[in-house]
Every structure is written in C-alpha cells, then in structure tokens.
Design a protein around this ligand. Structure first.
Ligand code: ADP
Length: 183
C-alpha cells in the first residue's frame, strides 16, 4: 500500500504512523526525521534545511522533492510506503504525482488526521522539541494552514482523501485509521 499521511503539527501523526507501517508492512518515510538526521550529520542539505526548520518555515520544495525522489528508489519502498510530512505544498504534490505516474505506481489513499487548533497548540507546547517554542509553533501552524491544507481539496478531487477524527486514545484513533484504509 502507498499512502500519504497528512495532518497538522501536533496531531499525533508520528505515533499512528509507527503502528500503521508495522500493520501494513510499509516503509516509513518521515521527511521531518530525514531533515533532522541531515541537520545533525551537518550535511550541506541539512545545514540549509536548518535555516528554515528553526523558524517553523518549510524548506524549499526542490530540496525535499530531491530527497523523496531518491528515497523512493530504495528497495524497502518497492512494496509500499507511508509518506509522513510529505507532500506539504501543492508544488510538492504535483512533483510526486509526476514521479509516481512515470513509475506507474499510483497512490492508494491519503489519510488525514483531524485535530482542532487549540488542542494542537496545547500538545505542541508540552512536547519540548527544539523547534517547539510558542512563536515557532505558531509559525508551523500558519505554514500548515496556508501551504498544506490546500492539499486536502487537491486529493479530495482525486477521490483519494480519507479523513479521521484525531481526538481519542491512541488505540481508538488507530482503529479508525485501519477502518478507512481497509475499505
Ligand atoms: P511537524 O512536527 O511540524 O509535523 P515535521 O517533523 O514533519 O514537523 O517537520 C519538521 C520541519 O521540517 C518542518 O517544520 C519543516 O521546516 C521541515 N519539513 C519537513 N517536511 C517538509 C516538507 N515536505 N517540505 C518542506 N519542509 C519540510
């Protein structure tokens, strides 16, 4: 199965992604994790990305599209993957569509985790990652609303969007995710 997992920062995507990739045997492609690893390894891409990440801004599309294009060629992606944190802009979604059309491997679904904004802010503020200061959190929520939310309409038009309620226990939310993916 090839799926995109989409949701605002703080929605609990990471936790659910871990369980979904185990259950459905997909590679887990988290662009946030990839960029943090590149930053910590002080690669050229990582150092460039850090300038954006530290402000809560998105890294430039071409940077992340290149990373994903290479990653999708790896052997562990051939039987399916879950994209976590990508695409985040319409330009990224279009680039992904072009890549997948060329490979003849269409997406199966786009899963959206829905959580109200006041709850997101509360969760993020109590998490304590380096890019979790109140100002940076606000900026990440703004980036989501302005740049990523338009993807919901994009994938709804393509009949790929499946949305679930992200409030509840980890088990409850996981069951909802499995239910819509098994449909
Ligand atoms: P969050 O915790 O906000 O969901 P992630 O861990 O997925 O964020 O990503 C952290 C940061 O990495 C983002 O705020 C952004 O700067 C950068 N990033 C991750 N994925 C992308 C992407 N697809 N396009 C642009 N920037 C990205």
């Amino acid at each position: 199965m090839r799926i995109i997992f989409i949701g605002p920062p703080g929605a609990g995507k990471g936790t659910q992604a871990e369980r979904l990739v185990q259950t459905y045997r997909m590679a887990h492609l988290s662009t946030g994790d990839m960029l943090r690893a590149a930053r910590d390894a002080k690669t050229e891409v990582g150092l460039k990305a850090e300038q954006y990440m530290s402000k809560g801004a998105l890294v430039p599309d071409e940077v992340i599209v290149d990373i994903i294009a290479q990653r999708l060629e790896q052997p562990d992606c051939q039987d399916g993957y879950l994209l976590d944190g990508f695409p985040r802009t319409i330009a990224q979604a279009e680039a992904l569509d072009a890549m997948l059309a060329k490979k003849g491997t269409p997406l199966d679904a786009v899963l959206e985790l829905q959580v109200p904004e006041d709850e997101l802010f509360r969760r993020l503020a109590s998490r304590g990652r380096a890019d979790d200061s109140p100002q940076v959190i606000r900026q990440r929520l703004v980036a989501y609303r302005q740049q990523t939310e338009p993807l919901l309409a994009y994938y709804r038009q393509r009949s790929l969007l499946k949305s679930i309620d992200g409030l509840g226990t980890v088990d409850e939310i996981f069951r909802r995710a499995c239910q819509v993916l098994n449909q």
